[in-house]
Write a protein that binds this ligand. Structure first.
Ligand code: COA
Ligand code: AMP
Length: 625
């Protein structure tokens, strides 16, 4: 592990030198003299003396290369398109001009609520060009979730498409925005709508048409910003119902992403890189949009699913047709393909000779999926671990720096920049093989969150207060004697459903709001396709008479209405009681363990073991008590 160990060691002992060298790949308006600003711990900043523009680095500096920046492949609409760097730059510059015409300037927030269409990328980059701060909201969220993001980010403008296209239905976005805006106190000045023929939106007084505003707009130049100025806010699920606004800066982000694309993913200028995710998630921000464009690679924007659009060979078709060198997706996508085409028969129809590596992240990579993908594709299958907060991998097998032996079940080793440690509850570092909380010693490297939007104290209380001098990842696990990290799952109430991060706390808040419900718990249970699925348990108020099936339907509908279809909440049981500690805390971890078939120890602090015993057959309906 020579090159890797050297780089990792160097990044921790001399972060300034390490990251200043990495910063040379970025074009600066004012180059950094120093990298780390540690003058105000625990708030660390990177390249605080530098100025740049992210859009310039992603587009303008490649405009004369003649290379393709983006390939749009949309089986759900039967469309394909491609954009050279120059073409994409020109579209972005004009849309930036249009946004400026609506009053958007440096520091203003813009919410982007769009499906996987090129204009979503154009909108993000146009904000970056102006020094405005985008906040992309995933289309599968309900109006209330959109509303909470609007209220927190206070956007000047919302940019949206009239609809998203799911295989079984067209999702009209405009009514979702209109409903969200009935729930907020903050109102944007304008909603820019790009009309799609599958479901054009009816326009209201504050709505403006994308085509109309660009028709009269002039291209806008890149606005220099401080490296520490925010590029975007991305809301993610925490343990409560209130999403956290993860802030990303400009300079550290550009440096880290460009570095990671080469060192982790082995992708450089001209390579075709495909991330099958959604621009609404961090994976989409970092590896559909920013990283590939920052290095001058070609990114594939895929509006479709792994199966059903039209079949389980869709991924192989895209790889073959566009000459994809590396694909990054979530394990659930491969489980979906495997379920429909277990022998990967459809693979034989396609030429995958240019395909080198499959990267998987977003949830635990189960060994069965790992072995299936490796066997069928015959390329290295690389598990790597990170989160919205970090923006780029914490642990990975660094294919561009020094490929390492793969150990199934481990995302390999800490990436340079990250001092990953496993701690016990008192904050002591645990020896190899012992399981505990995975924490990262501060400072976090460039590109990771400097804070939460408008809420420094929540940033500290959520991440930095558990262990002095450490960032708490929220994941538990261990490190083996070779330094390989094993991530065993969240230690809080965050769950991962088909690679989508959701809060069980938010679902509990919806259930608890029902007038018949006295108390409730939602836990994530193992699911063979989606990795995890939420299961709800409610206790009725004394004396309430309900039709149980009707109540279950109402609760399921309420979660879909308030959080969105993406929660995939379909299972709720009415139970006589919930197991608690003597101090009244619901034993969710114990319930989770039993539901997943583990021999879960019952805590000695349990108030009434009989309540848990009564729940056991419901928690494990197939396996029995
Ligand atoms: N806009 C509106 N609705 C959306 C949406 C969007 N952008 N994305 C998903 N939804 C809806 C779906 O239509 C579905 O609704 P339904 O309950 O009416 O069927 C629901 O949200 C759940 O969607 P999804 O999680 O996609 O589940 P699925 O059962 O339709 O498909 C997979 C399962 C595995 C095929 C799918 O999850 C997938 O492709 N995953 C790939 C991994 C991925 O992209 N992860 C993101 C992080 S890397
Ligand atoms: P998100 O912020 O949506 O990227 O979700 C981050 C969470 O997903 C992490 O905290 C982990 O719980 C989980 N996760 C992501 N990648 C992996 C991985 N490779 N192995 C295990 N869990 C993962």
């Amino acid at each position: 592990m020579g090159a890797y160990l050297d780089a990792h060691q160097h990044s921790l002992t001399d972060p300034d030198a390490f990251w200043l060298a990495a910063a040379e790949t970025i074009d600066w308006v004012k180059p950094p003299v120093s990298a780390l600003d540690a003058s105000n711990p625990p708030f660390y900043r990177w390249f605080a003396d530098a100025m740049m523009n992210t859009c310039f680095n992603a587009l303008d500096r490649h405009a004369d290369s003649g290379r393709t920046a983006l390939i749009y492949d949309s089986p759900v609409t039967g469309t394909q398109a491609s954009f050279t760097y120059r073409e994409l730059r020109d579209e972005v510059a004009v849309f930036a001009g249009a946004l400026a015409g609506l009053g958007v300037g440096k520091g203003d927030r813009v919410i982007v609520y769009m499906p996987m269409v090129p204009r979503a990328v154009v909108a993000m980059l146009a904000c970056a060009r102006l020094g405005a701060v985008h906040s992309v909201v995933f289309g599968g969220f309900a109006p209330k979730e959109l509303a909470s993001r609007i209220e927190d980010a206070k956007p000047k403008v919302i940019v949206a498409a009239s609809c998203g296209i799911e295989p079984a239905r067209v999702v009209a976005y405009k009514p979702i925005i209109d409903e969200a805006l009935t729930l907020t106190e903050h109102r944007p000045d304008h909603v820019v709508i790009t009309q799609r023929p599958q479901s054009p939106a009816e326009m209201g007084p504050r709505d403006v048409d994308w085509d109309a505003i660009v028709a009269t707009a002039s291209p806008h130049d890149c606005v220099p910003v401080a490296a520490t100025d925010p590029l975007y806010i991305l809301y993610t699920s925490g343990t409560t119902g209130r999403p956290k606004g993860v802030v990303r800066d400009n300079g550290g982000h550009a440096v880290a992403l460009a570095w990671s694309l080469q060192a982790v993913y082995d992708i450089g200028p001209g390579d075709v890189f495909w991330t099958a995710s959604d621009v609404g998630w961090v994976v989409g921000h970092s590896y559909i949009v920013y990283a590939p464009l920052l290095v001058g690679a070609t990114t594939v924007l895929y509006e479709g699913k792994p199966v059903g659009t039209p079949d389980a060979g869709a991924f192989w078709r895209v790889i073959a047709e566009h000459g994809v060198k590396a694909l990054f997706t979530a394990p659930t996508a491969f489980r979906a393909i495997k379920r429909v085409d277990p022998d990967a028969k459809l693979l034989k129809q396609y030429d995958l000779s240019r395909f080198r590596t499959l990267f998987l992240a977003g949830e635990r990579l189960d060994p069965e999926t790992y072995h299936w993908a490796t066997g069928k594709l015959g390329v290295p299958v690389i598990d790597h671990w990170w989160q919205t907060e970090t923006g780029w991998p914490i642990c990975a097998n660094l294919r561009g720096l020094e490929p390492m032996p793969i150990k199934p079940g481990s995302p390999t080793v800490p990436v340079p920049g990250y001092d990953v440690q496993v701690l016990d509850t008192a904050g002591n570092q645990l020896p190899a093989g012992s399981e505990g909380a995975i924490a990262i010693k501060l400072p976090l490297p460039p590109g990771t969150l400097p804070t939460l939007w408008g809420d420094d104290s929540r940033y500290v209380s959520s991440y930095l207060s558990a262990y002095d001098g450490y960032y708490l990842t929220g994941d538990g696990g261990y490190i083996d004697s070779d330094g390989y990290v094993y991530v065993m799952g969240r230690t809080d109430d965050v769950i991962n459903v088909a690679g989508h991060r959701l809060s069980t706390g938010a679902m509990e808040a919806v259930l608890a709001a029902h007038p018949a419900v006295a108390e409730c718990a939602v836990i994530g249970v193992h699911d063979a396709l989606k990795g995890q699925l939420p299961r709800g348990f409610v206790v009725l108020k004394a004396g309430v008479e309900v039709h149980e099936a009707a109540l279950r339907d109402e609760l399921i509908a309420a979660v879909r209405r308030d959080i969105g279809p993406v929660a995939a909440f379909r299972d709720v049981s009415i139970v006589p009681g919930l197991p608690k500690t003597r101090s009244g805390k619901i034993l969710r971890k114990t319930m989770r363990g039993i539901a997943d078939g583990r021999n879960e120890p019952v805590p000695s602090t349990i108030e009434d073991p009989a309540v848990l015993d009564a729940l056991r057959p419901i928690l494990r309906p197939i396996l029995g008590p």
